[in-house]
Design a protein around this ligand. Structure first.
Ligand SMILES: *Cc1c(COP(=O)(O)O)cnc(C)c1O
Length: 396
């Protein structure tokens, strides 16, 4: 049976939640590497297909190991139901596409993860879904974009890479006011630091590839919402388009969830220390860190986030050349576009993750030639500070 207590605190739920022990009574979650399931009788198969008897049918629909991951994520998020996906983008695209059709209108904040922006800007219009991108921090822009056929809102906060923060409750109020649904990509905040459903959002999506795995091993994603929305929108879409998570990856992610609070707490603590250090460094033009008083949306962060971020965005003096020289001089921090990992990773968005945007769009988003994004890992913060200081000295 599933081990689930609604009143568990997050750390406990992340160790025990959703566990379905087999007859062997194993301590660690069982890994059910199976495509399908057998039935004792033809009648049992019939009953299961009719939905009259509980049980698994086929791993594209559901699988016991994946089910444990989904149940544990529901406990963490405070959501009624979830579907785990093969990647974060599978989660985002399923969440966005399953509930809209040709003729509907979608409004999204323009500061988005590159692939999310492609789905909104390029893919959806191909199927006759109208889309508008707005400056997500300006409520008047969301209001002005409303149309009679607006069905869905989408945003990410803090945003990638500039860690801009959007007032989720305010956007949710606009969406709910016209009966539209707000989908929030909560990757940068992690499920521990921000609760979009409590703030009025209707659907939350994650790339589990990031903090949830947190150790660079496998891709994964998850969509969470109330049971009604999932039944009416995602259920059939998910079964028939097949973005399902592999049981092996679900098992890995279950292990990731056990240590998520410890890792996020430590990484946030180190990031806050690094951000404070960088803000005083003469080689740095600007530091953006949710958790610092000089963050442009510090008041919203205080209201909607329970803690800072594991990520820091900063601008190295000397533009692209300065940023490249600094990155190349790093010895402990590695150059990579990934984030949320145990290893500290640095990326230069203008030439990697955000290279497909025009110069004008990049400037609009605050992505300058010297901008770098640092994902702080689990190394000792002293070693990271020493690494950055030495690299900045060499770059100057
Ligand atoms: C990484 C990421 C995604 C995509 O996740 P994948 O697991 O790489 O498919 C979506 N949104 C945000 C904010 C991300 O950081």
């Amino acid at each position: 049976m599933n081990e689930t207590k609604r009143n568990w605190k997050p750390a406990t739920a992340l160790v025990h939640g959703g566990t379905a022990r087999s007859a062997f009574g194993e301590t660690s979650e069982a890994l059910y590497l199976t495509q399908g399931f057998v039935y004792e009788t033809a009648e049992a198969a019939e009953a299961r297909f009719k939905g009259e008897e509980p049980g698994f049918i086929y791993s594209r629909y559901a699988n016991p190991t994946v089910d444990m991951f989904e149940k544990r994520m529901c406990l963490l998020e405070g959501a009624e139901d979830a579907r785990a996906t093969a990647s974060g983008m599978a989660a985002v695209s399923a969440a966005l596409l399953c509930s809209v059709r040709a003729g509907d209108h979608v409004i999204a904040a323009r500061a988005l993860f590159g692939s999310c922006r492609w789905v909104i800007e390029t893919l959806m219009p191909r199927y006759g879904i109208e889309t508008t991108l707005v400056d997500g921090t300006k409520m008047a822009e969301w209001e002005a974009a409303l149309r009679p056929n607006t069905k869905l809102f989408f945003l990410e906060s803090p945003t990638n890479p500039t860690l801009e923060v959007i007032d989720i409750a305010a956007v949710a109020a606009i969406a709910n006011g016209i009966g539209a649904r707000l989908v929030v990509d909560n990757v940068f905040a992690t499920p521990l630091q921000q609760k979009p459903l409590e703030l009025g959002a209707h659907v939350v999506v994650y790339s589990a590839t990031k903090h949830i795995d947190g150790q660079g091993r496998c891709l994964g994603g998850v969509v969470l919402s109330d049971k009604k929305w999932i039944d009416e929108n995602l259920h059939d879409y998910f079964r028939h388009t097949g973005p399902s998570l592999s049981p092996f990856n679900a098992w890995t992610l279950l292990k990731g969830l056990e240590t998520l609070p410890l890792r996020v707490r430590q990484q946030t603590e180190s990031a806050a220390r690094l951000a404070g250090h960088l803000a005083c460094h003469s080689g740095i033009a600007k530091v953006i860190y949710p958790g610092r008083n000089d963050h442009p949306q510090a008041d919203i962060i205080a209201r909607q986030m329970k803690g800072g971020s594991t990520l820091i965005c900063f601008e190295v003096k000397g533009g692209k050349q300065g940023a490249f020289r600094m990155q190349n001089a790093l010895e402990t921090i590695r150059i990579s576009n990934n984030l949320g990992d145990a290893k500290s990773l640095i990326t230069h968005p203008a030439t990697t993750t955000h290279k497909n945007l025009t110069d004008e769009t990049r400037a609009q988003l605050g992505i300058n030639p010297g901008t770098v994004r640092l994902s702080v890992g689990l190394e000792d913060a002293d070693d990271l500070i020493e690494d950055i200081d030495r690299a900045l000295d060499q770059a100057a």
